[in-house]
Design a protein around this ligand. Structure first.
Ligand code: PRP
Length: 216
């Protein structure tokens, strides 16, 4: 039997995913060792391999077939825009991609002024402003603490994830426009979906039940 490989986005989402997988009888004891420096974990009995990668790399591993399945946030899926199938919403990591800024920026946004937009998600920001709003903006890529940008005068607004809204509140910023809802998704390589249809469908079907049970 060929091993099925599952790519997980490092961090809280990987832990939740392993918890859900455990509920359908898929576990990987080697992965639970907190001191391990290993990158790939194997469950020979089930013919499964797991690896943890940077979230933004999960779609790349899945598109090229280095992983058959992956679990990653929809923010990353949209930003990376890779060829893959999105097959299941895990219903966790729910948040929204928003345009945020100081209240004064709302007017400039509304009047389609040439504003500066700072973001970790330049592809999402470009698609939103250019294709959906038909608005020309200047996009500035940052790698974190994006909320700083309007505060220190780098940009007029930001495009970023809002979960509780706490970061915005503490920094005097508001949600000005909601771009889209986000949550964690299971993605599948397009060839694997055909070649390993039975095993993949089985995992997805059973995971769907777990998601349903947790949503109650
Ligand atoms: C994310 C996001 C916001 C924050 C939103 O940042 O970029 O800054 O969480 O969450 P909240 O609405 O619950 O406050 P993250 O912690 O991933 O770090 P980052 O600054 O490196 O982007």
């Amino acid at each position: 039997m060929r091993y099925l490989t599952i790519a997980l986005a490092k961090g809280r989402l990987a832990k939740t995913t392993m918890k859900y997988l455990k509920e359908i009888g898929i576990s990987c004891p080697e992965m639970e060792d907190p001191d391990t420096r290993k990158l790939v974990f194997v469950n020979d009995e089930l013919g499964l391999k797991f690896f943890l990668s940077k979230p933004s790399d999960v779609p790349t591993f899945v598109e090229y077939g280095a992983a058959d399945l992956g679990v990653v946030g929809r923010d990353t899926i949209l930003e990376e825009n890779r060829k893959l199938y999105e097959v299941l919403d895990l219903g966790v990591g729910k948040c929204r991609m928003c345009v945020c800024g100081p209240a004064e920026a709302a007017e400039r946004l509304k009047h389609h002024e040439l504003i500066r937009v700072a973001t970790k998600y330049p592809a999402i920001a470009r698609d939103y402003f250019y294709n959906r709003k038909h608005q020309t903006v200047e996009i500035i890529k940052l790698n974190g603490s994006v909320e700083l940008a309007p505060i220190v005068g780098l940009a007029d607004v930001i495009v970023d994830i809002v979960e509780t809204g706490g970061t915005l509140r503490e920094n005097g910023l508001d949600v000005l426009e909601v771009i889209t809802e986000l949550s964690a998704k299971v993605v599948v390589n397009q060839v694997s979906m055909k070649m390993e249809q039975d095993r993949i469908s089985d995992i997805i079907t059973r995971l769907r039940e777990v998601v349903r049970a947790h949503s109650k």
